[in-house]
Design a protein around this ligand. Structure first.
Ligand code: ADP
Ligand code: ADP
Length: 224
């Protein structure tokens, strides 16, 4: 089953063509690296895949819905339910507990508070941080902070997790443990698309889509 489809997607910022006709699809259960040098269009692609930005041209389908047909309200609901985001900078609320940070991943999904906290504890269990639920982020390590952010992305059981340089702020040993977690979550069924400029990291993932100057230049390891 296809969970994400891009067909001839373009994105212009004024005179700058950040994406110049990108087409690929991702099936449920895939683990995909989007790899390319700085300025190649990876972040723009992440924003368009995540429905944070509308493309200038072409079609983006998430879970079969053509994003262009949805108004802003329907789009934010689709985003809340279908897409989890993980960023290099973690973006945790410093004054909230780990559990509250994770539960916040459900704020816009129309889930009641008690259920949000129950699901947050489940997600923390999956990332190995159940014993840190009542801590604030300043009392945990960088790797643990990224685990919290990953739990927040997973808490609503999204169809796609989009991770933007998830190990970019971590030392290599901690980064490796986050990569191991990403593999483990994928083995448990999560569909994960990871953006990276690091060819070595990309090489660890089964499928690699390489972008250059707003275009896909190779797509290797795609399951037949
Ligand atoms: P990457 O993530 O691979 O570094 P980006 O998607 O950030 O690439 O950028 C692709 C191109 O689009 C670059 O030329 C960049 O300068 C341009 N770009 C990205 N975002 C904007 C923006 N908001 N306004 C203008 N130009 C942008
Ligand atoms: P392939 O050559 O396997 O068809 P690509 O066209 O994506 O796939 O080429 C990149 C390959 O080269 C990856 O499979 C990756 O394992 C390897 N590679 C490239 N750069 C590095 C690097 N810095 N460290 C480790 N492996 C790398």
């Amino acid at each position: 089953m296809t969970v994400l489809e891009l067909d001839g997607v373009t994105k212009d910022y004024g005179d700058v063509a950040a994406l110049r006709g990108v087409s690929f699809s991702v099936r449920r259960g895939e683990l995909v690296a989007i790899v390319g040098p700085s300025g190649s269009g990876k972040s723009t692609l992440l924003h368009v895949m995540g429905t944070l930005e509308r493309p200038s041209g072409g079609v983006v389908r998430v879970g079969g819905s053509d994003v262009a047909r949805l108004d802003d309200r329907a789009l934010s609901l689709l985003r809340a339910r279908e897409i989890g985001f993980v960023f290099q900078q973690f973006f945790l609320a410093e004054h909230a507990t780990v559990r509250e940070n994770v539960a916040d991943g459900l704020l816009y999904a129309g889930v009641r508070a008690a259920e949000r906290y129950r699901l947050a504890d489940e997600a923390l269990e999956r990332v190995g941080l159940a014993d840190r639920a009542t801590f604030t982020p300043n009392r945990i390590s960088g790797g643990q902070r990224q685990r919290v952010a990953i739990a927040r992305a997973l808490v609503g059981s999204p169809s796609i997790v989009l991770a933007d340089e998830p190990t970019g702020n971590l030392d290599s040993a901690t980064g490796a443990s986050i990569m191991a977690l990403i593999h483990e979550l994928n083995a448990d069924g999560s569909t994960i698309i990871m953006i990276t400029h690091d060819a070595g990291l990309a090489g660890q993932l089964p499928r690699r889509i390489r972008v250059l100057d707003g275009r896909v230049v190779s797509d290797t390891g795609v399951t037949p």
